[in-house]
Design a binder for this molecule. Structure first.
Ligand code: F6P
Length: 513
């Protein structure tokens, strides 16, 4: 068992470690070099800096990195006891130190029947996946006997972004039920989701870990009124389902106990799509797709647990994250998914990373003297090229980027898919090399110069299926954890969010609605 607080090496800030100072030296060694020059001295660079885990492939060759720097980053990771901390996470130890509980979402991804997983998790999974199938087949119906054809999911943050992303990433629903998502308090979103829906064939799925989130409860209240106002009278309790870690609160608000699916308190909101919170995914795409999603994530977890740090994808990406924030002063990181179905990846990653890594004190409560999580931002490609890429190529400060591409697009017979893939690679090349690669077409005008030297990763999935998406999201989760270990912060709490919530409550108490 690892003592998460107060490691002997945690007496000081990570920046006081000799390994940190070594990295500062290596950073200076890049002053007179270019990314292009790194390729020039090593013709096998792209191959050397490409790594795979199962079906996920990353090419990190377009980074300010060489053997020395990478070696120094790995030494820093070992000095921070990364392997032990990883094992603590994966073994369900209380890594969420301020809330005194594990962050054991990886346990949700182990196959049913695995002896390491509590039987209650298996049972809960059986219940909600069974419900999804019964809904899809029409065996579960509304109070008037009509099969459900529309599910409106109401949730916020982690209770919305993950299920929303995956449900869309897997394409058109494979069954008869259409799933829509609502999070905003602005009435427009719920209004739009309910437009055209028939109350007798509509199910509202309220997803909330705490079942106290204002936006979710308000939207649920309005949805209940919508059922009550239906032209043909119906029993709203047949039309409302809750997913929560606090079933008592859902029951108090009138949700029928048999229509509540639960998940453990130790599942963090932004890590909850693998629990019953993933019900919308199973409803839209079937339970097999949901199991495949989890299996892909479990494969990435196994890789994270077992692969040497040198070839470990979450470790490599996490260390690059630290490298740019702390040694290159990069305050942001961009993500550009080159797949329309992944258009919700940027907001999902914003919550995952900014809620996990936006911290100002270490795990012992001491103010940090180093920077932590960057701003995460992004946009779907190729639209991004025609909006934000001016900043990427010529802005005075830069943002390392992740390009997420689908390999089968590169090989596709469909011309637009090949163009999409080629566009991503061309952008990554242009960022790394700048306009120097244009040769004769290069302009000497100052305003036309793109200096290059702007790093990016290519993250490639073979295709956009449930297994690959599961692996991709687990890769991002574990990368986030790696960075938190180096920075000595808790990736699993979000106390800052509470301040705004409490102020709103005080205001509401003064001026009741
Ligand atoms: O306010 C932040 C937050 O707590 C997120 O961490 C969470 O994902 C979201 O709100 C929704 O919370 P809940 O699932 O409890 O409604």
């Amino acid at each position: 068992m690892v003592n998460i607080n107060s490691h002997e090496f945690m007496e000081s800030s990570p920046s006081e470690l000799p390994q940190w100072q070594a990295l500062e030296e290596w950073r200076r060694s890049f002053a007179s070099r270019t990314i292009a020059s790194l390729f020039k001295v090593d013709p096998g660079r792209q191959q050397r800096w490409s790594f795979s885990a199962g079906s996920v492939h990353i090419d990190v060759s377009r980074n300010w990195i060489d053997e020395n720097t990478f070696g120094a980053l790995l030494t820093l990771a070992r000095a921070r006891d990364l392997e032990k901390m990883r094992d603590a996470l994966l073994n369900g130890e209380a890594v969420n130190t301020t809330e005194h509980r594990p962050a054991w979402h990886t346990a949700l991804r182990t196959p049913p029947g695995d002896p390491s997983v509590a039987r209650s998790l298996d049972e809960e999974q059986r219940l909600f996946l069974g419900f999804a199938e019964a809904l899809r087949s029409g065996r579960i119906q509304g109070s008037t006997g009509a099969p459900f054809d529309t599910v409106v999911c109401i949730g916020m943050g982690g209770s919305d972004l993950g299920p929303r992303l995956v449900a869309e990433a897997l394409g058109e629903p494979s069954g008869p039920v259409h799933v829509r998502f609502v999070s905003n308090l602005d009435p427009v979103e719920l209004f739009t989701a309910l437009q055209g829906a028939r109350p007798e064939a509509t199910l509202v799925l309220a997803i909330s870990k705490t079942f106290t989130t204002l936006e979710t409860l308000e939207n649920l209240r309005v949805a209940r009124n919508w059922f009550d106002a239906a032209a043909r009278p119906l029993d709203a309790t047949h039309h409302i389902v809750a997913v929560t870690a606090h079933p008592d609160r859902a029951t108090k608000l009138g949700v029928h106990p048999k229509r509540i699916f639960v998940f453990p308190e130790w599942v963090g909101g932004r890590y909850s799509l693998w629990s019953a919170c993933g019900l919308p995914i199973a409803i839209a795409h079937g339970h097999e797709a949901f199991l495949q999603l989890r299996a892909g994530a479990a494969e990435m977890d196994a890789h994270f647990a077992q692969a040497p740090l040198e070839t470990n994808l979450p470790v490599i990406l996490g260390l690059l994250g630290v490298w740019y924030v702390n040694f290159w002063n990069a305050r942001a990181r961009a993500v550009f998914p080159y797949a329309q179905r992944l258009r919700n990846l940027p907001p999902y990653l914003q919550q995952l990373e900014m809620e996990s890594l936006g911290k100002r004190v270490d795990v012992d409560g001491r103010p940090l003297t180093i920077d932590t999580g960057p701003v995460v931002w992004g946009e779907v490609g190729t639209a991004a090229q025609h909006s934000v890429f001016q900043f990427m190529h010529q802005g005075t400060h830069w943002s390392p980027a992740d390009f997420v591409v689908i390999a089968e697009h590169a090989r596709s017979d469909e011309r637009r898919y090949r163009l999409l893939h080629a566009s991503a690679i061309a952008q990554a090349d242009a960022l790394a090399w700048g306009d120097s690669v244009l040769g004769g077409e290069r302009s000497s005008a100052a305003h036309a110069i793109a200096p290059g030297g702007r790093p990016s990763n290519i993250i490639s999935l073979p295709q956009l299926d449930a297994r690959s998406v599961g692996a991709l999201l687990a890769l991002f989760e574990q990368r986030t954890f790696v960075q938190s270990v180096i920075w000595n912060i808790n990736a699993f709490d979000q106390w800052g969010v509470e301040v705004g919530k409490k102020l709103l409550q005080q205001r509401l108490d003064r001026e009741p609605f």
